[in-house]
Design a protein around this ligand. Structure first.
Ligand code: NPG
Length: 369
């Protein structure tokens, strides 16, 4: 399709409760929505997984805005007739920036699929119409609050609990949650807060029968992750370290992890996310779908992806109410059995509500060829 416009929109929505990780605290969801429109009127949406600062990755909202405006959009306009499949090649002159590329590729893919009347889930090869939901629980001021929050989420039906940890807020807290809930699927996520010298902490965590320990060490270090995996029983899962199918393959080959968190935004979009799924599956390892506190736009895309056959564990895809009192789209709801329906409409199957879009918008800029 020929793109007539690419609209960038910075949005902000308050979170129902602050979300604290080892690298910072988010009070609100802030990201960039990309809306593309083709010359013949097809419209598609993509949501960036960037936040207001470069804490999780090098990319952040203002940087993403500039690279889209000054480099990626001009490259795509210059390519003329583009398809989602050909976007990576059209943007290959820009090194890195997978999150910026993802938002634009996903928007073009959504527009193409809406035009064809085909759902994203069916296009990607989904084999399920519902996915199992897990929930990621931020670091709380006290262990008591953590146990209480976990209890609330379990009562709602969530099928897997993930605890954020950091040095000093780890073994004891995991023990408290495990003691209160002997049989749940429980995992931890360190967001790269530890070093190999902390292996003893992870050996202590082995006692709590965790499903996995996610991204314990530096985001750029596969060799040390392989060394740690050799010293602990719990499976290591990588998140920040995996930016492409090639990274996933190398990490498994090296023994740096035994499973992979797929966030489509982190790996450059839905098409590369499917390649990560395929390569990990071919190497016999499971994947699951991560989350970045997405609004309904990003959540819809995640649900379609999470319905692929290799996603064999509950992901971080929770109900809208876990994040927002009023989502950007009609709310995603979880059934009492802890599952959520995969959208069936054309493309991602949802659109932002105009009233919410208006209230949540901080800034808009429309780019044209
Ligand atoms: O429910 O979407 C969710 C949050 C899942 O823990 C989660 N995300 O490190 O994976 C992460 C973390 C995160 C969220 C990281 C926001 C950066 C920003």
């Amino acid at each position: 399709m020929h793109l007539a416009s690419i609209e960038l929109r910075l949005i902000g929505l308050p979170l129902v409760r602050p979300f604290r990780t080892s690298f910072g605290t988010e009070m609100a969801k802030e990201c960039v929505l990309v809306r593309v429109e083709s010359a013949d009127g097809a419209v598609g949406w993509g949501e960036s997984v960037t936040g207001p600062d470069p804490g999780f990755s090098e990319e952040w909202n203002e940087g993403l805005w500039l690279v889209l405006r000054d480099f990626l959009a001009p490259a795509v306009f210059a390519a003329g007739d583009v398809s989602a499949d050909g976007m990576a090649a059209a943007m290959s002159g820009v090194r890195g920036h997978p999150m910026a590329k993802a938002a634009l590729i996903n928007a073009v893919l959504d527009a193409e699929l809406r035009e064809q009347g085909r759902s994203l889930a069916s296009y990607l090869g989904a084999e399920r119409d519902r996915v199992e939901c897990g929930v990621s629980v931020g670091i709380t001021p006290t262990a008591g609050e953590l146990v209480e929050q976990v209890g609330g989420y379990l009562a709602e039906g969530y099928r897997r609990i993930k605890l954020k940890i950091e040095p000093g807020n780890d073994v004891e807290r995991v023990g408290a949650v495990r003691d209160a809930n002997p049989d749940i699927l429980l995992s931890v996520d360190a967001n790269a807060a530890y070093s190999l010298g902390d292996a003893g902490t992870f050996r202590d965590l082995d006692a709590y029968r965790l499903l996995m320990v996610e991204q314990p060490l530096h985001h750029d270090d596969l060799v040390e992750h392989a060394a740690l995996q050799g010293q602990i029983a719990t499976d290591i899962c990588l998140d920040e370290s995996i930016r492409s199918a090639a990274d996933a393959s190398a990490a498994l080959e090296l023994g740096a992890c035994r499973l992979v968190n797929i966030k489509q935004g982190r790996v450059g979009g839905l098409l590369e996310a499917r390649r990560v799924h395929d390569v990990v599956r071919s190497q016999g390892a499971p994947v699951w779908c991560g989350g970045m506190l997405e609004t309904g736009i990003g959540r819809a895309a995640n649900l379609a992806l999470a319905a692929l056959p290799g996603f064999t564990l509950p992901g971080d895809t929770s109900a809208s109410a876990r994040y927002f009192t009023d989502d950007l789209t009609p709310p995603f709801e979880m059934a009492a059995d802890g599952t959520m329906a995969v959208p069936t409409g054309a493309g991602i199957g949802v659109e932002p509500r105009p009233d919410r879009l208006k209230v949540c918008t901080v800034r808009v800029e429309t780019l044209r060829p």
